[in-house]
Design a protein around this ligand. Structure first.
Ligand SMILES: NC(=O)c1ccc[n+]([C@@H]2O[C@H](COP(=O)([O-])OP(=O)(O)OC[C@H]3O[C@@H](n4cnc5c(N)ncnc54)[C@H](OP(=O)(O)O)[C@@H]3O)[C@@H](O)[C@H]2O)c1
Length: 213
């Protein structure tokens, strides 16, 4: 049972830009940042429900497949769920439609909790105000022996890394420069200590770095 993070970042270390608007809720550069991941067959099947079999099947796809494997519960922040983009919509159910790709309990950290949302495919969104440690304890219980993934966004992942709660950090470093946003690595000097670090380069030019405890 491990606590895992999988994140796409730019060469200059940004995990998200901050230019999102209700009209453009992912911001201008989202497509550049996650392009190689979104192009994989796994992402197309699991997230976009595209059963045509299209999509890349190389190194990026192997990481995309392991992204979803053996995860029993997910933790995410209010920003990733979309509460910052649509704060006044009490009926907001996340970005992922009626069949979100998680298929497990998802704990959404927020200072404005709301009632849980149960989706048809096993995904249940629970909203809670808790420290990273408290949220992790709840997620471990929900995960029933499987891994817990801290899905994002940038702020929540940094909080979990700073608290020393992450066993495996996988960052897919896209060969692009964003120049602004929230940097994953700030205030994490020496993070690599205590991890074995490996790297693999995909056909897309994405470098997959894994920090394994
Ligand atoms: N690069 C990637 O692979 C990747 C992956 C996932 C998401 N993203 C992107 O990351 C962005 C979101 O990241 P973000 O840093 O803006 O937000 P975030 O990390 O998703 O959420 C941060 C927010 O969660 C709430 N929160 C955090 N810790 C809490 C705690 N202990 N208790 C209660 N509430 C807590 C707070 O919101 P409130 O105070 O408002 O409740 C906080 O502002 C999005 O643009 C998303 O697309 C990127």
């Amino acid at each position: 049972m491990a606590v895992r993070v999988d994140l796409n970042i730019s060469l200059d270390g940004y995990a998200t830009t901050t230019d999102q608007t209700p009209e453009n809720p992912f911001g201008e550069d989202w497509g550049r940042l996650v392009g190689a991941y979104v192009a994989t067959r796994t992402f197309r099947e699991r997230v976009l429900h595209d059963t045509s079999g299209e999509g890349t099947t190389g190194v990026d796809d192997a990481y995309a497949a392991s992204y979803f494997a053996e995860v029993g519960a997910e933790i995410m922040g209010a920003g990733m769920f979309g509460l910052h983009s649509f704060p006044d919509d009490p009926d907001w159910r996340g970005w992922w439609g009626d069949e979100p790709p998680f298929r497990v309990p998802v704990l959404v950290l927020t200072h404005t909790p709301r009632p849980s949302i149960e989706m048809a495919n096993g995904t249940v969104f629970h909203f809670l105000e808790a420290t990273p440690r408290e949220a992790l304890d709840r997620a471990l219980e929900a995960a029933d022996g499987q891994d817990v993934r801290v899905g994002g966004g940038a702020t929540v992942v940094r909080d979990f890394l700073r608290a020393g709660l992450v066993d495996r950090l996988h960052v897919a470093v896209a060969p692009i420069l964003l120049g602004r946003g929230i940097r994953l690595w700030d205030d994490l000097r020496g993070l690599e200590a205590g991890y074995e670090v490996t790297a693999e380069t995909a056909e897309s030019g994405t470098v997959h770095l894994t920090f394994q405890r």
